[in-house]
Write a protein that binds this ligand. Structure first.
Ligand code: F0G
Length: 482
């Protein structure tokens, strides 16, 4: 929900009361410097006790509702035939319109099963943009990801409202070039994460479906952030302005052959699922489900989470819930723009993204610009962000060559219903300070580099003494305690 103040400013207002809280402390700057050093300058390796605001991700970090928590108390812990599963399947039918539900332990498990069933060695998956895990599973199955985004997708300073759209001419051309029989699926990711949580339109999805079905290729829809995409479509696309969020979701799903999601985001739980109306696809995936995940009525999830997901899927169609993250993201982006800090525009679905290339233009890309900015943000604020740039882009699997990312983003995720306006204002203030002192940020180099998804466990070091000098400059201005 948002309200307009008498001074004209539009602000997000929480449509909930806080009833349970979790304490969080702001560690002094010296502790932050020691903690990031110990974490190998990788924010994934920080501990919660050293973090004030955890904006690493919106995955599994959202506040649940009272009704979700209540549902967890009545979970049916049967290995097979759990009543909790049937509640989830009913929600999937009502919210998405699919008759088959396959629960999995989280989103990447769905990606693994889809790659296993649909990607042949030497085959392709076509995407509006990759996600780290979605690409890794296609490549591990021997396939290649083709990303067919439009011209504006990588422009971080844009007014294009649908940067997540797939380029239709490129789609047509790619299918002709590689042969429809070699394309396992076309995948559309709702609020496309790695380009800044950007939505695609109903109109684009319709056209993608037309082209895919003309060539007999299934359309796979990553619905992890579906309520945010639906919220932004409702707000931005003329043909959907009269529709409710629930209607937008149902209308989108009419174009979809297989939907999967990480339940950790829009649905505010921990788990995932795959859903379809196609009996053949269902059976093919079902065959592998007990091998990798668990029996078909829990799929590796706790039945408590199954219950909470059944409620969370229904709740995310409420505009008060669907907008709870998106409106805070918009406010965060607007405030940073006012301070002159370069961020991805327009505001998207899951996070505020600092454009690290514009933030620290003096850094060469092979010194991991976004990684250095993320480490600097932590030193300056105790806020944990996530590098989404060249560190998050693994080396070429065939040649081992370093692949420079399209974008260098430091992502400040806004977990739904978790942080308040004063947290956002604090973040804006410290980011503005860091931007004024941006020349002090220098690069990083790898000390330990894992072969796959290296951003998770990789350890880095600063190229010189810049981190300690930055902490010193901060202390000189704000004092040792802040
Ligand atoms: N698809 C999208 C669009 C995602 O954002 C994620 C996860 C996944 C699939 C994988 O789901 O984590 O449940 O296995 N995104 C998290 C993030 C990790 O921080 O953006 P998962």
């Amino acid at each position: 929900m948002f309200v307009r103040l008498s001074n004209g400013r539009q602000i997000p207002v929480e449509a909930h009361k806080v009833k349970i809280i979790q304490r969080t402390d702001l560690p002094p700057v010296d502790q932050r410097l020691a903690a990031i050093e110990q974490a190998g300058y990788n924010t994934f390796l920080l501990r919660t006790r050293d973090i004030f605001l955890d904006m690493l991700t919106d995955s599994g970090t959202n506040a649940m509702s009272d009704n979700q928590l209540a549902a967890m108390m009545v979970a049916d812990d049967a290995y097979a035939g759990s009543e909790s599963f049937y509640k989830l399947a009913d929600s999937v039918k009502d919210v998405f319109g699919f008759k088959h539900t396959l629960p999995v332990h989280q989103g990447r498990a769905a990606e693994h099963l889809l790659a296993k069933v649909f990607i042949k060695p030497g085959g392709y998956a076509i995407m509006n943009y990759h996600f780290t895990t979605s690409r890794a599973h296609v490549e591990l199955a021997g396939g290649t990801v083709l990303e067919l985004f439009g011209d504006e997708a990588l422009n971080t300073d844009s007014t294009d409202l649908f940067k997540g759209n797939m380029d239709l001419a490129k789609l047509q051309a790619a299918i002709e070039r590689v042969g429809a029989e070699n394309v396992g699926y076309v995948r559309m990711e709702a609020t496309t994460n790695l380009i800044g949580g950007q939505p695609f339109s109903m109109d684009n999805l319709r056209s993608v479906k037309e082209i895919a079905s003309k060539h007999g290729i299934p359309l796979v829809f990553d619905a992890s952030l579906i309520s945010e995409n639906a919220y932004l479509v409702h707000e931005r696309e003329a043909e959907c302005q009269e529709c409710s969020i629930a209607d937008v979701i149902l209308r989108m799903m009419e174009f979809v052959d297989i939907m999967y999601l990480s339940g950790r985001k829009s649905a505010a739980v921990r788990g995932g699922l795959i859903a379809t109306n196609n009996d053949e696809y269902y059976t093919q995936i079902l065959n592998w489900l007990p091998v990798y995940e668990g029996f078909a009525t829990y799929g590796g999830m706790s039945t408590k989470e199954v219950e909470a997901m059944a409620v969370g899927l229904r709740e995310m169609t409420d505009p008060m819930v669907a907008g709870s993250g998106a409106e805070f993201v918009r406010y965060f982006v607007e405030r940073l723009c006012e301070e002159g800090v370069p961020v991805v525009t327009p505001a998207g679905g899951l996070a505020c993204h600092i454009d690290a290339r514009r933030f620290a233009p003096h850094l060469p890309q092979n010194q991991y610009i976004a990684g250095a900015v993320a480490a600097a943000i932590y030193i300056a604020s105790g806020i944990r962000s996530m590098e989404r740039g060249t560190i998050s882009t693994d080396r070429d699997p065939h040649t081992g060559a370093e692949m420079m990312a399209d974008l260098e983003l430091a992502r400040l995720a806004v977990p739904r219903r978790t942080y308040t306006m004063s947290h956002i204002e604090y973040a804006v203030d410290r980011l503005a300070w860091l931007y004024r002192n941006r020349e002090m940020i220098h690069g990083l180099k790898f000390v330990q580099e894992p072969p796959v998804l290296r951003f998770f466990f990789g350890r880095l070091a600063p190229v010189d003494n810049w981190a300690a000098e930055l902490a010193g400059a901060f202390k000189a201005e704000y004092g040792a305690g802040m």
